[in-house]
Design a protein around this ligand. Structure first.
Ligand code: 8YV
Length: 317
């Protein structure tokens, strides 16, 4: 089968792709327009799509009839209109599980980086602006004994909770489903997001981007957080109202934010770059060699199953 791949993939994944398919790989790191995706899909049997390339209802409508399946190179599927895909009979798959640990590591990095002002320290050193140690220099927030609020206690939220225990954080969470005691490992359940916000010295967002979670962390909800709280986001930028978060960081209502995901990536809200208390990463959550290989192999496991006439293990539509 011919497969149009919207972004380049790790060498090991490409090698396996070439063994079973005729790949057409877009080599550029620029986001593709609807026209680019439709043109790339010409004559293809399947697409492999990585966010932020968007497969909207319009794109799905314009896809050539040869396309039967879409493999998301991601666990998140908000870049694909699943209803439109379903209506057209397209099979869509994703890559759950394999990026859990890498993403949880990045959440911890953001927690540490934001609370300990790591970026300000880097900037000071690299800008040749360090004039010596003083007892008041770059004082941060200590993790031990603080409350970590996890919104969305799925695989990644639970992996962050496991790591947080080692740092002496007390874990609280809200999730649509209350976890079993084994899964919760002593974390305190909150039956509403609002109740969780009130105790979250550090709030870490791990919910998917859906119409329900769109702009969840708005000005009113930020006000519910404790004074000097820290906000961490490794899920999707859409869960945060950028203007509200930026205003709270600027005014000092929040101590800091650690963000790996943004609305409109890669064109993030320009004001984030002006804030010393915003610790920013360019969507590195799953960016390890091990995880990106595993994600690619999962995409291919799903395509292999589909083209063998079997049920793909990670079908989402
Ligand atoms: C990257 C992610 O966006 O899996 C996801 O949903 O957000 C990340 O892993 C990306 O998909 C990697 O190509």
């Amino acid at each position: 089968p011919v497969v149009f791949v919207t972004r380049n993939v790790p060498d090991a994944v490409e090698a396996r792709l070439r063994r079973g398919y005729t790949p057409r790989i877009n080599d550029s790191d620029r986001a593709l327009s609807a026209d680019d995706i439709v043109a790339g899909a010409e004559g293809a049997d399947a697409l492999v799509v990585t966010p932020p390339d968007k497969v909207t209802a319009e794109v799905i409508d314009r896809l050539p009839g040869s396309v039967k399946a879409i493999g998301c190179f991601s666990v998140g599927t908000n870049h694909v209109d699943l209803d439109a895909a379903k209506a057209r009979g397209l099979v869509v798959t994703n890559t759950p599980g394999v990026l859990t640990e890498a993403t949880a590591d990045i959440a911890m990095l953001l927690i540490l980086g934001a609370t300990r002002r790591a970026w300000e320290g880097q900037a000071m050193l690299r800008g040749d602006d360090w004039h010596g140690w003083t007892p008041t220099q770059l004082m941060g927030v200590e993790l031990s004994g603080k409350r970590l609020g996890i919104l969305g206690m799925g695989r990644i939220g639970q992996a962050v909770a496991r790591r947080a225990e080692g740092f002496g954080l007390k874990v609280h969470y809200h999730n649509r489903r209350r976890l079993s005691p084994d899964e919760a490992r002593g974390a305190t359940y909150h039956d509403t997001p609002e109740s969780l916000l009130a105790v979250s010295d550090i709030l870490s967002l791990h919910c998917p981007a859906t119409p329900e979670t769109q702009g969840f962390l708005n000005a009113e909800r930020i006000e519910r957080l404790p004074t000097d709280a820290v906000v961490i986001n490794t899920s999707r930028g859409d869960v945060v109202d950028d203007d509200a978060l930026i205003a709270a960081l600027r005014s000092g209502r929040l101590f800091a934010a650690g963000l790996d995901v943004f609305v409109g990536e890669p064109n993030i809200h320009p004001d984030y770059r002006k804030l010393d208390n915003a610790y920013l990463l360019p969507h590195l959550g799953s960016a390890t060699v091990e995880t990106r290989n595993a994600m690619g192999f999962k995409v291919l496991d799903n395509l292999d199953a589909f083209f063998a006439g079997q049920e793909p293990p990670d079908r989402v539509a």
